[in-house]
Ligand binder design. Structure first.
Ligand SMILES: [Fe+2]
Ligand SMILES: [Fe+2]
Length: 260
């Protein structure tokens, strides 16, 4: 499995340069735009993405400068990296028969992640990162699926927090590694921000030892909210009450998201 991760393409050099540029707290427009403009393919993809129906812009964004202004530099770099990740994954795992439903689930979790982050009062730029982590949360499953040829293993399907915990234990039992750990390693390979890595590592067990992963908990809740017909009680008890309060989440409001 580690080999399978190693075989995934490396983060392209231009994305790496962008990441390095934004790691500098004093980064400015003029550090980022030239890197973007240097790569015609990346620029074209970027403009296609920002003008797609997803953002519903009333006016077309025609240049890289406008795209940077609209999204902010850091968000834009995260977008580019994520687009690369999704394309690489689609290619690397195209042999998995049910791959479209996997991406469908990932997109639903991503949407719910952002909604939860909104009601938890998390600022917009962090919401963006969390919603992208939601998109990638189960990437380790794709690796497990291919490597183990696990016929009975499904890519989706846990309905409660207990299910989420037992799936990970089962994976550890069978293969000595679980999909959360694999996902975190992929994030490291692609040099994604630390918050990506920890949200993916802890999305099945946000309360662990004496620690609590807020981002892992939000992904877990987002996953639970996507379960069709999920009950208000399962949602309300998905996290211990003190953790729910720590996240400033009202179970009733959360339930409304499930119906939305
Ligand atoms: Fe998962
Ligand atoms: Fe999931």
């Amino acid at each position: 499995m580690v080999e399978r991760i190693a075989q995934l393409p490396a983060l392209p050099a231009n994305i790496l340069s962008l990441r390095q540029a934004i790691a500098n707290p004093d980064v400015s427009f003029k550090d980022v735009v030239p890197i973007l403009n240097k790569d015609a393919g990346m620029t074209a993809d970027l403009l296609k993405l920002v003008n797609s129906a997803r953002y519903g812009l009333s006016e077309r964004i025609g240049t890289v400068d406008q795209a940077v202004l609209f999204f902010g530099m850091r968000n834009l770099v995260d977008f580019i990296a994520l687009t690369f990740a999704e394309n690489s994954l689609r290619k690397a795992f195209s042999r998995i028969p049910d791959i479209s439903s996997y991406f469908q689930h990932a997109a639903e979790v991503s949407i719910q992640t952002r909604r939860i982050a909104t009601i938890a009062g998390i600022p917009g730029n962090e919401q963006e990162v969390l919603s992208m982590a939601g998109l990638l949360h189960d990437v380790g499953r794709l690796v497990l699926y291919l490597e183990t040829q696990a016929g009975g293993m499904c890519l989706l399907g846990e309905n409660t927090t207990e299910d989420m915990e037992s799936v990970v234990l089962r994976e550890q039992d069978l293969w000595g590694i679980d999909h959360c750990d694999i996902g975190a390693r992929i994030c490291r390979k692609w040099r994604f921000p630390e918050v990506f890595e920890s949200s993916i590592r802890w999305h099945h067990k946000p309360v662990h030892d004496d620690s609590f992963s807020r981002e892992g908990a939000i992904i877990l809740l987002a996953h639970i909210l996507t379960v069709p017909g999920i009950s208000a009680e399962v949602i309300a008890t998905a996290l211990p009450p003190d953790r729910m309060r720590e996240l400033k989440l009202d179970p009733e409001k959360l339930s409304e998201l499930a119906d939305a």
